[in-house]
Design a protein around this ligand. Structure first.
Ligand code: SF4
Length: 478
């Protein structure tokens, strides 16, 4: 792929790290950020589509370029053992070192499909200042994959940590060792998505990548003592069988041990793999049972809105210590140190009570308020709420649950670079959410099909269409 000056985000590059020239007078450069080690000719991009050779030097073209910053829950990132229930600022960029045919965020990860209107520009200072202003304690590097955003992630994470903000890295982790060492110094939480335990799966379905480098880097992070959680998307017809699940459980037990939380996550049909159904709930539940029976202490079903499949129970006495539903969590029997209040055993939960979020006041608006409602459906049990407003001000938004009184209303704040918030179903009885916001503010709903899915207006229309077709096909087969 050539660097194209007609594409606005390709006009300004930023000096990249982790590259070399094969010999001193070569105009070709080799990128060493991911194990692909792309050899890149002058004027061209590497395989990720965002790192390119300009005059014999490597530049990154996505520095500071992001999709809309979004306030979500830490559980959105398959992180259940660090500040349960905490609000996080999620940031995704553009491009990816992989090209999975089932990608859940293909509209931003595969740059040939990127709509330039979805690209925002942020500085490290703006991101940290927004967290400070809104009282958000965690920044999450997520959605497409942060590997190809390396320089911006490192710069911003260092600044965030100096400001007392925790950093979270959600990745498929196809990355080289030197870059991981830099991350270990500035990232607090690693949530790694292991696609499969089968080398052939990586080669065939992820764009020709390999399994072993991913496993090596997971072990490196674990050995460094950073907080680690692992997840695996169970993809219909690909890796959703007991033999595959057993291989994953065995590797986890042998190489990182029974205390590292493991998430088996449901898949929704997306990108080039749409002629199948979502992962069956019975498969997710069975995978969890198998992992628990094998001896892994904390195992969760992801992308399931059902009671009892993502709770934490004390591994010693069985007490329910953190109650979860979908993406939301509430510690109910943990002390500050993450120990069970019933028997005192460690539940391996870091900063267990620090995820409680401060309530903000719904200030009087001179224009008054208006309400809009979003209804949950089989496809979408969460929604991104995008609020248009003057970014200099904090804009408070009230969320009320429809169909139940069990969940109290919440006020949340947007401001700084933050205009999107996630709302997610919290009980079986709920039918939707009512949003109250100042009359003058614009509002747009983006249904979220699964966690860590960043909905853009265009991919949503295509994915929903693909999903409905797949469901119709399943119904006919049944
Ligand atoms: S980060 Fe991009 S350019 Fe660098 S090796 Fe990986 S795919 Fe190639």
């Amino acid at each position: 792929m050539k660097i194209d000056q007609d594409v606005s985000w390709m006009r300004d590059g930023y000096p990249a790290t982790h590259w070399k020239k094969p010999d001193t007078d070569s105009s070709v450069v080799v990128c060493n950020l991911s194990p692909r080690h792309c050899k890149i000719a002058d004027g061209h991009m590497g395989q990720c589509g965002v790192r390119g050779n300009v005059g014999g030097e490597l530049f990154t073209f996505n520095y500071g370029k992001s999709v809309e910053a979004t306030m979500e829950y830490i559980e959105t990132e398959a992180v259940n053992h660090f500040r349960p229930g905490a609000r996080i600022l999620s940031l995704g960029n553009i491009g990816c070192m992989m090209s999975c045919d089932f990608c859940q965020n293909w509209r931003t990860s595969q740059v040939r499909h990127l709509d330039q209107n979805d690209v925002r520009r942020y500085t490290p200072e703006q991101i940290v200042e927004t967290c400070r202003m809104l009282g958000v304690g965690v920044i999450s590097w997520t959605y497409n994959d942060p590997v190809v955003w390396h320089e911006f992630v490192v710069d911003t994470s260092k600044l965030a940590q100096k400001a007392g903000i925790v950093t979270l890295y959600k990745s498929a982790f196809y990355i080289e060792s030197d870059a991981v060492e830099e991350l270990i110094d500035c990232i607090d939480i690693f949530s790694i998505s292991l696609k499969s335990m089968d080398e052939k799966f990586y080669r065939k379905f992820t764009g020709g990548t390999h399994l072993q480098p991913v496993l090596n880097m997971i072990r490196k992070v674990h050995a460094a003592g950073r907080h680690l959680e692992l997840s695996q998307l169970l993809i219909t017809g690909r890796n959703d069988n007991e033999a595959e699940i057993r291989k994953t459980n065995d590797w986890v037990l042998e190489h990182v041990g029974r205390r590292v939380p493991l998430h088996y996550v449901g898949f929704h049909p997306a990108y080039l793999y749409t002629n199948v159904a979502r992962t069956g709930e019975d498969i997710l539940v069975r995978a969890r049972e198998m992992a628990l029976e094998a001896g892994i202490r904390y195992v969760y079903c992801g992308n399931m809105f059902r009671n009892g499949v993502s709770d934490t129970r004390c591994p010693e006495c069985g007490t329910l210590t953190v109650r979860r539903y979908g993406l939301t969590a509430e510690p109910v029997a943990l002390d500050e140190g993450g120990c069970c209040t019933g028997c005192g055993a460690s539940n391996d939960v870091v900063q267990a009570l620090a995820g409680r979020n401060a309530e903000v006041a719904l200030e009087t608006s001179p224009d008054g308020y208006r309400c809009e409602e979003f209804t949950w459906s089989a496809e979408a049990n969460s929604v991104h709420i995008e609020v248009g407003f003057d970014q200099q001000q904090v804009c408070a938004v009230r969320l009320e649950r429809l169909g139940t009184d069990a969940v109290p209303a919440q006020n949340l704040a947007t401001g700084g670079v933050l205009r999107r918030l996630i709302a997610s179903r919290q009980t079986d009885a709920e039918t939707g959410v009512r949003v109250t916001l100042p009359k003058a503010a614009r509002l747009q709903f983006f249904p979220v099909l699964d966690r860590a899915h960043f909905p853009t207006s265009e991919n949503l229309a295509r994915e929903m269409a693909g999903y409905r077709e797949a469901r119709a096909a399943e119904t006919v087969r049944a």
